[in-house]
Design a protein around this ligand. Sequence first.
Ligand SMILES: C[S@@+](CC[C@H](N)C(=O)[O-])C[C@H]1O[C@@H](n2cnc3c(N)ncnc32)[C@H](O)[C@@H]1O
Ligand SMILES: [Zn+2]
Length: 371
Amino acid sequence: MDFCEVIEGTTRFFVPMQDPSSAFPPGTARIFFNRRMELSRDATILLASVLPVSNYLDAMGATGARGLRMAHECGIPVTINDRNAEAVALIRRNASHAGVTPEICEADVNCLLSTRKFDAVDIDPFGTPAPFIDSAARGTGRYLMVTATDTAPLCGAHKKAGMRRYFSSALNNEYHAETGLRVLLGFLVREIAKYDRGIEPLFCFAREHFVRLHVRLLYGAERADRSMARMGYVMQCPICPSRTEQAGMLPLSGQCRECGTPLVPIGPLWTGEIQDMQLLDSMAAVIGDLRLGTGPDLAKLIAICRQELPLSSHYEYHRLAKRWGVSPPPLEEVISSLRDEGFSGSRAHYSGTALKTDAPLDEIRKSFFAR
Ligand SMILES: C[S@@+](CC[C@H](N)C(=O)[O-])C[C@H]1O[C@@H](n2cnc3c(N)ncnc32)[C@H](O)[C@@H]1O
Ligand SMILES: [Zn+2]
């Protein structure tokens, strides 16, 4: 295998040469590395720089990129694991190249997390993290970080796979990215609640082809119950844009308040907050001090997340404009006229044309004609 050097943040490491003519270059090398996940890695470095993380497990290291960066840029004691011997050899070489001394393991992540506990655990698999969340629930002290790239099952494009992996029914509609993020959070809640622990989302986002979650785990049955109480459904009308949120693990039937059609339940999913606003404020305050390759994009993402409403769905405002036969007014104007009427309104971090609001449809409609 040939290698080339990559610099992310302030950390240097080697990654295998890839075939750039392939549709998915990371798939062409025996050790995985995806340059396009730099923002996801930068996000975790930034979060760790404002949290008191005492040690960190990069449970699925591949080149070791995440763990090497955490050791080098945050000065945190790190363990890097991969079950692939070739990856482990590269992690060793990369650790000495980066001038850090992590503990390096060659184990199946489920074995490792069944016998040891780490303050922060990062699960960054190919595709679905579902097979690793039970052991992560046992092997994580305070911070669990999870990537999912199987957006088709999470977002309702592959419904049967979504049900098998996440015990949840998604709908592949305009807000499927939000649904995918919340289906995965809801799955975490249920995997963790059985150990009498709850979650507090810290910094969670959906982007391009992946979902990235950073959550705090809390001890106690009462904390678990509090998390379970945030489980629920989005009840979507299959005919018109109307929908409502409903609490509880079991979907109740209901009819659309606009057109009377029976509603379709999406879930169970997490209906609570997906960000810790104080942490986002701290991250925004220090991001300028860190050397992050995706710093400007990450700063934009954080800025939108700081004002985004914690609603479980959004409206595509172009689609609403078409429905109402009006050219789409600037989204900021729609949001401000909804606010003038006493409703909440915001953008969503994963789409430039998403409108989040607690206003009913007829009030949204009025805001489109308010100019
Ligand atoms: C998507 S890659 C990790 C990418 C890396 N974290 C990064 O940021 O570049 C997933 C890695 O998980 C490893 N892996 C898959 N299943 C595993 C398991 N059950 N236990 C340990 N490692 C596993 C694979 O060998 C692969 O190197
Ligand atoms: Zn309807």
